[in-house]
Design a protein around this ligand. Structure first.
Ligand code: CUA
Length: 336
């Protein structure tokens, strides 16, 4: 193989590798490359296009550089430095070609922004998202549902998230949605997305918001319409009444403790608003904004000393006796 042939083969192999990496990334790579919404796919497609074009550009420049180095090796310096002025056609070509390319990419970029940031019809699902130190509040104003850290969505139904910050600036990011949005105190920002694949997807806060910034995770549960409607119906109910003596004494203890200053349990006298609504706490899969699984053992530790699980958490520790802890855990876990 000639030297030029070897160079060309090396370049082709490089482009092939990058293309394969980009394409396989769509099925097994980072979550942002596996979108679950039309918005996410628009962003992913633009990203892959830019990646491939950049790879081609790098290979092209490297090939020309290598060709010149090899072709003119060993020759002495000749002519004036910067003597490209002798080749106006070449200069025009390498100025105009990138200009046209960038103009085309700008049009694609604006179209992608348009695809992603669109108004949502009145029939869409509206969710108010409030970022707190360090958990997420989700309110469904048209459905009279309030929950925390776990966002339920109906597959195929356009959704608009209205975001704000309860204390400092947070940022709501579920990579597979395709884009993210800041949650800023005193302002409402919007993020529209139509999740079209059922499943559970994870997200996080991506704006540094204090010591537990890494401990405010998001869990998105996307369900077919009938399952979502069943979930809504269950969430609209007031809290379950205790079905056992131990759960009943847990409720009495909860309602006579300072728990009620911060937490709400609909259907009881607890109506605090600074911490997660616990009306259906037992139906959640995680605790402490996704930091640990919602199990009786974790909940027991959480109530006694939440800081041992999430060091900077704002919930104080409590000096309950083991029996009191058992009762509280039995009561809270019964709130399905
Ligand atoms: Cu909230 Cu970072």
């Amino acid at each position: 193989m000639t030297r030029r042939g070897r160079l060309r083969s090396a370049c082709l192999a490089g482009v092939a590798l990058l293309t394969v990496a980009a394409i396989t990334g769509c099925s097994a790579g980072p979550e942002g490359l596996r979108p679950i919404s039309p918005e996410g796919r628009s962003v992913r497609n633009l990203f892959v296009l830019l990646l491939v074009l950049s790879a081609l550009a790098i290979c092209g420049v490297a090939a020309v550089l290598a060709y010149v180095l090899i072709r003119y090796r060993g020759r002495g310096e000749r002519g004036e430095p910067g003597g490209g002025g002798e080749h106006p056609k070449v200069q025009i070509a390498w100025t105009v070609a990138p200009l046209l390319l960038f103009a085309a990419l700008t049009v694609l970029l604006v179209r992608t922004i348009d695809d992603v940031d669109h108004p949502v019809a009145a029939s869409g699902l509206r969710v108010e998202v409030i970022g707190h130190q360090w958990w997420w509040e989700f309110r469904y104003p048209d459905l009279d549902v309030v929950t925390a850290n776990e966002l339920y969505v109906s597959v195929g139904r356009p959704m608009r998230l209205d975001l704000t910050g309860g204390d400092v600036i947070h940022s709501f990011w579920v990579p597979q949605f395709g884009w993210k949005m800041d949650a800023i105190p005193g302002r409402t920002t919007h993020l529209s997305v139509t999740v079209d694949q059922a499943g559970t997807y994870l997200g996080a806060c991506t704006e540094f918001c204090g010591a537990e910034h890494a401990g405010m995770l998001i869990r998105v549960v996307a369900e077919p319409a009938d399952q979502f409607d069943a979930w809504v119906q269950a969430q609209q109910q007031p809290a379950a009444t205790p079905q056992s003596d131990v759960a009943q004494s847990g409720q009495n203890l909860f309602l006579s403790s300072t728990c009620v200053n911060c937490h709400s349990i609909r259907g009881t006298a607890a109506n605090g608003t600074v911490a997660p609504d616990l009306t259906h706490f037992g139906s959640r899969t995680t605790l402490g904004a996704g930091v640990v699984a919602n199990t009786p053992d974790h909940l027991r530790t959480w109530i006694a000393d939440a800081g041992s699980i999430k060091p900077a958490v704002l919930m104080p520790s409590y000096d309950f006796t083991p029996d009191q802890l058992d009762a509280l855990v039995a009561y809270l876990e019964s709130l399905k």
